[in-house]
Design a protein around this ligand. Structure first.
Ligand code: TYM
Length: 331
């Protein structure tokens, strides 16, 4: 039987955080045996904010290295860069014509991002979820592993696919989101009521996957908690400590009850140290592999070139079908 398909991606704006790791990559690694996986670097999406071109280029390569360092095997997965497969942008345009302004205006990420970038509310920022729909539908992906913040975009993708199918007959598979209960929403360390975001201006709010042990220790030490000094899971009233507990729980594979018991009678100081050490230990092998991989960027590009070739073959078949169905002449 043919394996089910997975597609997911991460933008190459900024450097990846612990949120990207637990919300996305760590789950991808677990899925690589069972599924036919396409993992890309969403660099076209990155253009919705202003980047220094050289930094964008470098970030793209760094993220490929992180994917592999985190455990994605290039032999088992199709790894590529979004801009290498032009079908994404082409399908994106077509799907734009089947998506309503009203739908896009309701996207919470659009509202958040336009508030953050009030001087640059470009139309790419507005139609960004349609390009994401194209990424997914171009491969007829069955499952899309993402963090909580992308679920609304997945819902829209499903609506667009259903709309297209009802107009032109069965064309797209309707994809399912895949999120884990724990890790789907890692919160900021300074503002634990908002997600940890790679675009956050405050470096103390986020743990980067490339942070040194000392930086990690410092950031957890300064993480915002509350004055109760009691390790107890209560996301509503104790969002800071609850977030730290989630992080610790994922790494140590422990329930919140078990963590409460383990740290009973101990203050936040000891708990924060334990969380920091757990994160450092988890990231160490990843960081070593990452540094090693970056020494040979040509090899990384060769992996992406091979992945892009395979991806393009798949996406092109779907795109041709779409062109035909809507009446676009190509040959
Ligand atoms: P991006 O780059 O913002 O985030 C990449 C992935 O990381 C997850 N994530 C988090 N998970 C848990 N806690 C957090 N604090 C956290 N922050 C980020 C996101 O949910 C996501 O899974 N539009 C997408 C990229 C994209 C894409 C796609 C994803 C483009 N095309 C097609 C899936 C399928 C984005 O900006 O993700």
């Amino acid at each position: 039987m043919e394996k089910k398909k997975i597609l997911s991606g991460i933008q190459s704006t900024g450097r990846l955080t612990l949120g990207n790791y637990f919300g996305a990559i760590d789950n991808w690694v677990k899925m690589q045996e069972e599924y036919d996986c396409y993992y890309m670097i969403a660099n076209l999406h990155s253009l919705t904010v202003r980047n220094d071109p050289e930094t964008l280029r470098q970030n793209t390569i760094k993220i490929i290295a992180l994917y592999i360092a985190a455990g994605l095997d290039p032999e088992k997965n199709t790894l590529f860069i979004q801009s290498q497969v032009k079908e994404h942008a082409e399908l994106g345009w077509i799907l734009d014509c089947y998506t309503y302004m009203g739908e896009l205006s309701r996207m919470t990420q659009f509202k958040d991002k336009s508030a953050k970038h009030a001087d640059n509310i470009n139309s790419g920022l507005f139609t960004y979820p349609v390009l994401m729909a194209a990424d997914i539908l171009a491969y007829n992906a069955d499952l899309v592993p993402v963090g909580d913040d992308q679920k609304q975009h997945l819902e829209l993708t499903r609506d667009i696919a259903e709309r297209f199918n009802s107009l032109y007959g069965e064309t797209f598979k309707i994809p399912e989101p895949y999120t884990k209960k724990v890790g789907a929403r890692i919160m900021g360390l300074q503002n634990p009521t908002a997600k940890m975001s790679k675009s956050s201006q405050d470096p103390m709010d986020k743990i980067l996957l490339t942070d040194s042990p000392d930086e990690i220790r410092k950031k957890f030490k300064k993480a915002v908690t509350d004055s109760e000094n009691k390790v107890k899971y209560d996301p509503e009233n104790k969002p800071g400590v609850s977030n730290l507990m989630s992080i610790y729980g994922i790494i140590k594979n422990k329930t919140m009850d078990e963590i409460e018991k383990q740290f009973e009678g101990q203050g936040y100081g000891a708990f924060k140290t334990a969380v920091a050490e757990a994160v450092i230990e988890r990231l160490e092998p990843l960081q070593n592999k990452y540094n090693e991989l970056l020494e040979n960027p040509d090899k990384l590009m060769a992996i992406c070139n091979k992945g892009a070739k395979k991806a393009e073959e798949k996406a092109n078949r779907v795109l041709k079908d779409v062109y035909k169905k809507v009446g676009l002449v190509i040959e």
